[in-house]
Design a protein around this ligand. Structure first.
Ligand SMILES: [Zn+2]
Ligand SMILES: [Zn+2]
Length: 141
């Protein structure tokens, strides 16, 4: 990848730049991600921690806990409420940026989906997306 991946929130206060390619991209259909996104799923675009640089704005954090009981932190813009990033206590070296916050959404290529056991029954994902009932051990998202 030659060009940085940039993105930000709805109001433009928060801006970020990623200087390396993402590690993985996936969907989360858990009930809490449905609630946060206001939609059927959330798109997680996973980068190495040191590849993600925030250039402006401030993030507010909603701290919660994942299914494993470890800390799960949802970072959002306090001005417009846009979801920007999830960080996980269990995986301190990664940053999951929300796919919808990328400037160039043609870069989004999710390859898996988590928590399909709480998926909306009308949602049909393409066959190239691997489906997991929950959150498989060893997967980083
Ligand atoms: Zn904003
Ligand atoms: Zn989720």
């Amino acid at each position: 990848m030659n060009e940085d991946i940039t993105g930000g929130c709805l109001c433009g206060a928060v801006r970020y730049r990623c200087t390396r390619a993402p590690i993985s991209m996936g969907l989360c259909q858990c009930e809490r991600c449905q609630r946060q996104s206001g939609s059927a799923f959330l798109i997680a675009t996973v980068f190495a921690r040191d590849a993600v640089h925030f250039e402006s704005g401030e993030l507010k954090i909603y701290a919660a806990y994942g299914a494993d009981g470890a800390g799960l932190y949802r970072h959002f813009c306090p001005e417009c409420g846009a979801a920007i990033m999830i960080t996980l206590e269990r995986y301190p070296d990664i940053r999951s940026l929300m796919g919808g916050s990328l400037d160039d959404k043609s870069l989004l290529r999710p390859t898996f989906s988590l928590w399909c056991d709480s998926a909306q029954p009308w949602l049909r994902l393409p066959p190239e997306i691997e489906l997991f009932a929950g959150y498989p051990d060893g997967l980083i998202a």
